[in-house]
Design a protein around this ligand. Structure first.
Ligand SMILES: *Cc1c(COP(=O)(O)O)cnc(C)c1O
Length: 432
């Protein structure tokens, strides 16, 4: 933590006061870091005592333009003076325009707006159920180690026991298959199966990209068995990998030797979005491909706050800034540089860093097993490492027990990336 200005004595102890408020009044469902943040600017956030942190987590892949971006602030101010919210009983221009912008970046289809990633996935589950209903099919196969949200159906879909523990019985109709294994998917299909849902890059599961062969194989399998292929793009979408959606980026990777090339016209049948979509303004959406785009008829699905003029004005502005500043190109270039630096650390300090994975600005640094300095605490190595980085002025996000994620703003500056790597390297060196 760097003191960049003198804090007034009154707020010196604000962290303790805020934590006491939480302890007494906020449901303790999160493991929180010892940090109370009060403002942000660009790629930095500031705690209540004025300490500055390089925010490489960006609100878990949400703040794609960093904090307090002037164009987002202007869009919020302008639209809020015109019209903040009307119900979905009426038409509004921003929602129609944003739907066109999103579908235009994916493929022929339509968009439904909601408020979060879990809610976007719930919509996809309903599309799959409606699709299979007349044949008595309802089951959705999802991947081991996947993450699809914390609603009841979301935890049933999530392929991690820790999300389900204590909340049984699970919502029926979900089974898990090993990731990146087409044969296992084929073997798991039952007469009740209606859809397969995967993340292009598993996020919470530890930053594991799908291979192009897996996507090609699942597409062919779903076509053969008349199943919907659904993708959860909540974390890896919105240009994070260097393309609008991760499948578009994965499509560029040459297939393995002897494998089917991924068809140029590859598309999933449905795709969920949230996190970066509103850049910090809460919003979610799902896209569904023609000819399934009209499955959810009038009266079958709704969300009071979905696609408000205010949210959609922000969403439109974010896309405009990303294009104007070629932030896809930046995510790709800076992401490659960052990943190579993380791989360099893995090579230099194998006793501390065992691997670096990911694409674009969705990167995972895997810690080696049995790092002596981490043996004394019950906290996971990922959390302990994140704590050490926080103490030196960098925020990262744990994933699983031994991986930390870098999900920085897409407009991260090269010099900020450099600052992040030197602070991470210092921390790794101290552990070696
Ligand atoms: C974060 C996330 C979700 C859940 O999104 P919420 O907005 O927290 O409901 C779903 N899927 C993936 C892949 C995510 O990363």
């Amino acid at each position: 933590m760097k003191e960049i200005f003198q804090s007034p004595p009154l707020i010196q102890n604000q962290f303790a006061t805020i934590r006491a408020l939480f302890d007494k009044n906020v449901v303790p469902s999160y493991g929180r870091f010892d940090l109370a943040l009060s403002r942000g600017a660009g790629s930095y956030v500031f705690d209540t005592a004025g300490g500055r942190y390089l925010d490489l987590g960006a609100g878990i892949a949400v703040c794609c333009l960093g904090h307090a971006h002037p164009d987002i602030l202007a869009a919020l101010a302008e639209q809020s003076q015109k019209l903040m919210h009307v119900s979905n009983l009426y038409y509004t221009e921003p929602q129609g325009r944003l739907a066109a912008e999103l579908a235009g970046r994916i493929g022929a289809g339509k968009v439904f707006f909601c408020n979060s990633g879990a809610e976007a996935n719930e919509g996809l589950f309903k599309v799959a159920r409606k699709f299979g209903h007349d044949q008595g099919r309802f089951e959705i196969l999802t991947a081991v180690n996947s993450f699809h949200g914390r609603t009841l159906a979301g935890i049933a879909a999530t392929g991690q026991d820790k999300a389900k523990k204590g909340f049984g019985p699970m919502t029926a109709g979900f089974r898990h298959i090993p990731f990146n294994d087409v044969a296992a998917a084929r073997a798991a299909i039952s007469p009740a199966t209606a859809a397969i849902l995967i993340e292009g890059v598993q996020g919470e599961g530890g930053v594991t990209p799908a291979t192009p062969d897996y996507l090609a194989g699942l597409r062919a399998l779903c076509d053969e068995k008349n199943l919907l292929l659904l993708m959860d793009g909540v974390q890896d979408g919105h240009y994070r990998t260097g393309r609008f959606q991760s499948f578009q980026r994965i499509l560029e990777i040459p297939p393995a030797e002897g494998a089917l090339p991924l068809p140029d016209d590859f598309l999933p049948d449905g795709l969920s979005m949230a996190k970066s979509l509103g850049g910090g303004f809460p919003m979610g959406a799902f896209w569904v491909r023609e000819p399934y785009a009209d499955l959810l008829e009038p009266g079958t699905h709704a969300s009071t706050f979905g696609g408000t003029p205010l949210a959609c004005a922000v969403g439109l502005k974010i896309l405009e800034v990303i294009e104007r500043e070629d932030l896809a190109g930046r995510a790709r270039k800076l992401g490659t540089w960052l990943k190579n630096e993380l791989l360099r650390l893995a090579e230099l300090y194998p006793a501390v860093v065992s691997d670096a994975r990911g694409m674009g600005l969705m990167l995972g640094l895997e810690l080696a097993e049995n790092i002596p300095a981490f043996a004394r605490s019950r906290q996971s190595p990922a959390v302990q490492f994140a704590n050490r980085l926080q103490a030196s002025g960098v925020l990262v996000i744990p994933a699983g027990t031994r991986t930390v994620r870098l999900l920085p703003p897409l407009n991260l500056k090269p010099q900020e990336a450099g600052e992040g790597i030197s602070l991470i390297e210092e921390c790794v060196k101290a552990l070696a």
